[in-house]
Write a protein that binds this ligand. Structure first.
Ligand SMILES: [Ca+2]
Ligand SMILES: [Ca+2]
Length: 248
């Protein structure tokens, strides 16, 4: 007990969180007993995920995205416009895994055009997870911002369609949505970071209109690891609600 108390004090002084010290002292040995104490812990042993249980997610959007997995916000593109960048994060996969992505081309809200209204521009999105999940025409896609209508750059008009509040939710009904359309690497013309990261097997996706659809939501459900890996245990998971509220 004294050793635990000392550990607590050291961690407290060095600024580490008390929770870490608490869990170190309450670590259970075999049979659910606390080490160093005679009191039996009635709770079940909890299997905890390690960093080796996570997989790498590589994501590239022309120009920006945010991504939810099973209703939780897990990644936001750190650069809104250019330079084009790859976002690479660790994720703890959970199956079935519902991936919901909002991707935005940098179209001006009034004209739909890019680069200070000098260019119609285009979009594009690609993703690969370490479990073998990749973007493809199996994904669903829907546009919520279109323009300039009829490619009319002289008198540009845009159309907005209301984004459903729960577009990222697991139980959101996307059955009426069209499938994403795969586009060639040549059409999207990705920049250097794309070639410096692993996207092998993934397809560039958008709606059918790479140029005029400027805000696109993608959804995809992964039943099990496409790589053939075993399903992970039922890890304890957090329930962080704040980032999901009022997001559009
Ligand atoms: Ca970006
Ligand atoms: Ca663009």
């Amino acid at each position: 007990m004294k050793r635990c108390l000392n550990l607590f004090l050291v961690l407290a002084v060095t600024g580490a969180i008390a929770v870490s010290a608490g869990s170190a002292c309450a670590q259970k040995g075999p049979g659910g007993k606390k080490r160093g104490g005679g009191q039996r812990d009635a709770g079940p042993r909890i299997q905890k995920p390690r960093i080796s249980d996570t997989v790498k997610a590589n994501i590239y959007a022309d120009n920006w995205f945010k991504m939810y997995i099973n209703g939780n916000l897990v990644a936001v593109d750190s650069i809104s416009f250019i330079p084009h960048n790859v976002v690479s994060v660790d994720i703890l996969p959970e199956y079935p895994m519902t991936i919901a992505v909002m991707a935005k081309d940098n179209g001006d809200p009034k004209t739909g055009m890019e680069y200070n209204n000098t260019n119609i521009g285009d979009g594009g999105f690609i993703l690969k997870f370490g479990d073998g999940t990749v973007t493809s025409a199996a994904w669903k896609a829907k546009s919520f911002f279109h323009g300039p209508v009829d490619r009319d750059e002289g008198n540009p008009k845009v159309n907005f369609f209301p984004i459903p509040e729960n577009w990222f939710a697991v139980d959101f009904d996307d059955s009426g949505w069209a499938h994403a359309v795969e586009h060639t690497e040549e059409a999207v013309s990705p920049k250097e970071p794309y070639y410096n990261n692993d996207f092998v097997g993934a397809q560039w996706i958008w709606t059918k209109d790479l140029a005029l659809d400027n805000t696109v939501i993608f959804r995809h459900r992964v039943e099990k690891p496409p790589s053939g890996a075993a399903l992970p245990p039922d890890w304890p998971r957090g329930h962080i609600d704040a980032p999901n509220e009022g997001e559009q």
